[in-house]
Design a binder for this molecule. Structure first.
Ligand code: ATP
Length: 270
């Protein structure tokens, strides 16, 4: 098999807290290969974002290594398009300027004419054309999220790192955005890591799903999704889809209960 593009190698991370070190990620190892789409799912607060932060280069592991094409991640880079829950739009730039921003940076610079075409394309695809000159504070939460998606896609990064990218969207827009992501991936090969709380979304989009435990996040199980691309919404009705959904839901519920138990134990000890 080819070299993985992304490798988590025995990665652990502890945050210093007043009560002592808090272990959030514990001995996590898995690989993501070229063109793969890996979804990460697990209970809230278990350490998924922290895992992605290390890949994005925002945080360093306490031990172990995160490798990109065999090299240890040393910091953020234009090869990785990141779309975090609370990250990705600049309030002081208009919608149009936000989308264009990444395309003016040295690493991704494209000529002005091409830049305009890309901006127009994403304004249209994201349903933001009527708001091109508005500032983010005048947008709804869902529109801001679509703007963050437009920014991440516009620079055509090799890697897409997405943390709950569709969380603030209504069901119909969410489904449109999932399909748009699949279309973009079919046209421009990318390697993707997506954090989601939705088991359905993970199965519909991903080629593999990493289920992580209650905090500290460890790999509980990695499942392969048995559907080829391009995907059709009809797979939601397939028997294998339902079986996989039940299996993953059981694992996630189990970890959710473990996390609730931990929270109760802390409450009683305080
Ligand atoms: N800088 C920090 N210092 C101390 N603790 C932190 C810090 N950042 C995160 N944490 C804690 O680490 C744990 C994991 O956080 P993280 O955001 O990675 O979880 P998550 O699985 O992405 O959660 P969610 O699904 O709710 O977004 C949480 O308990 C959080 O409070």
């Amino acid at each position: 098999m080819s070299e993985p593009r992304i490798r988590f190698e025995r990665v652990s991370l502890e945050f210093p807290t007043a009560a002592g070190p808090l272990r959030v990620v514990d001995d996590v190892s898995y690989d993501i290969h070229e063109g793969e789409f890996v979804a990460v799912i697990g209970p809230s607060g278990c350490g998924k974002t922290t895992m992605m932060n290390m890949l994005a280069g925002f945080q360093r592991p306490t031990s172990g290594r995160v490798l990109l094409d065999g090299r240890e991640v040393a910091g953020p880079g234009s090869d990785r398009g990141v779309m975090f829950q609370e990250y990705g739009v600049f309030p002081w730039l208009t919608v149009r300027e936000n989308i264009a921003f990444g395309l003016t940076l040295k690493a991704n610079r494209v000529p002005a004419g091409e830049r305009e075409a890309i901006v127009e394309r994403y304004l249209g695809l994201m349903g933001l054309a009527g708001f091109a000159d508005a500032y983010p504070k005048h947008l709804s939460g869902g529109m801001r999220q679509r703007l963050a998606l437009a920014r991440a896609y516009a620079v055509k990064p090799q890697f897409l790192l997405m943390d709950e990218p569709f969380g603030a969207l209504d069901a119909q827009t969410r489904s449109n955005m999932q399909n748009l992501l699949l279309e973009i991936l079919a046209a421009e090969r990318k390697t993707v890591m997506l954090i989601t709380h939705s088991v359905e979304e993970a199965i519909y989009l991903a080629s593999r799903i990493v289920i992580v435990t209650a905090r500290p996040a460890r790999v509980r199980e990695i499942v392969a999704v048995p559907f080829a691309y391009p995907r059709d919404e009809a797979i939601h009705e397939a028997r294998e889809f339902g079986e996989l959904r039940s299996h993953i839901r059981d694992l996630v519920m189990d970890e959710y209960r473990a996390q609730q138990g931990q929270a109760r134990a802390v409450a009683f000890s305080e």
